[in-house]
Design a protein around this ligand. Structure first.
Ligand code: ACO
Length: 443
């Protein structure tokens, strides 16, 4: 892994640190700073970790400048076109695309783990009906660790695999039930004759009172959305899962931590925020004024669904999502969706605007996924939940890779302290402010 003996050198106060350069298979070399404190007595400062490789990984590669996304070496476009979501989950977990036999076995294993322990139903009743479904899935996924004790021995490879399968298999059931609960509708149990995507749609939309036939168009679109969100290298939620996992916490608790991190509007909450933004803009005529507001830094308004920490070129997932969006709307016969028209116009204007061009702000995957999901009848509050369903595959693959790494250590960043220097403790009755307050209160 060392870059042919190359190193970077830093000199400070006459002391020199040699930072060996490490080469990956793809991407820039990284300078190994692990000995810098011993050699120079200084830490490195990188808030937001934008310049820091936090781990070694073989799962996903992103080249943000070129708009490249690979899972285990395979470009995302080919995977989204030719594979199913369970194949991608298998690829992320085990490193290779499954053979037909391996795929059949994996799908069967997933299918037979979709049910929840019946007592988990009771958890849903504890939530308010108007709870955000992300709150429900965050709590319920964490609670799985109380039910599947046999799976929480993280030192056992078979237990790790079982937990991975349970999480990927059960998250759609939890997600769909969270939705049903907020609607006051009966829970729909998983069906073993359906695919992963079909089953999710059935649990979301079927009712015991009438037959439900899953549309193949919607099932394919759902499968593609799941594939496009399955993993994305060391983003905020994945890094959260790894950090929680580095302490030896059980996988259910770690995935619950990932769900919490995903919830924020700067991350998984963005597709929900895109629809809210489009609704606020309301009409094409209002776009120029909205763009001006976005450019005015004092407004605090951002163009949701635009920009990415890593992609400084078109997000490759956004390209596929854009095509899927038109496909789905076309096949559903939605030709005059005002939100879509608004989104297309907003995209056209923003892509040409100097502000966005200069800052390399392109539409990201969430710009289109919200529109497709809306067309499919998925309520806005479920958008981020769907993202969590898909990302569970990536999170658990990343967690597994980390636990299986020899010499894995607890994650523990340092800081640049800018608080008060050392000062002497002052007892309560001698503090100036405290004395005044007491005398005022007594008067
Ligand atoms: N609208 C307007 N201006 C923006 C936007 C945006 N969406 N995104 C970035 N900028 C501007 C910033 O104000 C900054 O301008 P400046 O250089 O004049 O100060 C510049 O572009 C760089 O922005 P940063 O905040 O440094 O970019 P960062 O990489 O930290 O942020 C992020 C990335 C959080 C995704 C940001 O682009 C954003 O908030 N986008 C909107 C939310 C969104 O769509 N998130 C989904 C991300 S994809 C995902 O999680 C699947």
């Amino acid at each position: 892994m060392s870059a042919a003996g190359k190193s970077a050198t830093i000199t400070l106060d006459g002391k020199t640190a040699e930072l060996p350069l490490l080469s990956g298979t793809l991407g820039p070399d990284v300078a190994d700073i692990r000995k810098i404190v011993g050699q120079l007595g200084v830490f490195t400062f990188d808030p937001g970790y934008g310049e820091t490789a936090s781990c070694e990984s073989k799962i996903t590669f992103i080249d943000g400048d070129e708009g490249v996304l690979l899972h285990r070496g395979y470009p995302i476009a080919g995977l989204a076109e030719g594979a199913t979501f369970p194949e991608i989950a298998y690829l992320l977990l085990y490193g290779e695309l499954p053979t037909r036999r391996q795929n059949d076995e994996f799908v069967k294993t997933l299918t037979t783990h979709t049910l929840l322990h019946e007592q988990i139903r009771n958890f849903f009743n504890g939530f308010r009906r108007d709870a955000h479904p992300m709150a429900i899935i965050c709590g319920t996924v964490g609670a799985l660790s109380a039910f599947y004790h046999d799976g929480i021995d993280i030192s056992n490879a078979a237990s790790r695999d079982l937990s991975a399968v349970r999480l990927i298999a059960k998250i759609p059931t939890i997600a769909a039930w969270a939705y049903k609960y907020t609607q006051g509708e009966p829970f729909v149990y998983p069906r073993n004759d359906l695919t992963y995507a079909e089953n999710f749609l059935s649990m979301m939309f079927a009712r015991p009172s009438e037959p439900y036939v899953v549309s193949p168009i919607l099932a394919r679109a759902m499968d593609r959305i799941l594939i496009l969100h399955a993993d994305h290298e060391q983003n905020a939620s994945t890094s959260t899962v790894r950090l929680a996992g580095s302490t030896g916490a059980n996988p259910f608790a770690c995935i619950a931590a990932g769900i919490a991190a995903l919830w924020g509007p700067a991350h998984g909450g963005a597709n929900e925020a895109v629809l809210t933004m489009l609704a606020d803009i309301g009409h094409k005529d209002n776009i120029p004024a909205f763009i001006e507001k976005v450019k005015d830094k004092t407004s605090g308004v951002r163009l949701m669904g635009f920009g990415h920490r890593v992609y400084k070129n078109f997000d490759p997932r956004a390209k596929i999502m854009q095509a899927t969006c038109h496909e789905v709307l076309g096949e559903l016969g939605i030709t005059d969706d005002p939100l879509l028209e608004l989104a297309v116009e907003l995209e056209r204007i923003a892509i040409e605007d100097e502000y966005f061009v200069q800052r390399k702000l392109y539409p990201n995957v969430d710009f289109y996924s919200g529109i497709i999901l809306k067309a499919m009848g998925i309520p806005t509050s479920m958008f981020t939940v769907l993202f969590a369903v898909a990302r569970t595959a990536g999170w658990i693959a990343q967690w597994k890779e980390m636990i299986e790494e020899p010499g894995q250590r607890i994650g523990r960043p340092r800081q640049l302290y800018t608080g008060a220097p050392v000062r002497e403790f002052v007892p309560l009755d001698q503090r100036e402010g405290a004395k005044m307050k007491v005398s005022e209160d007594m008067s």
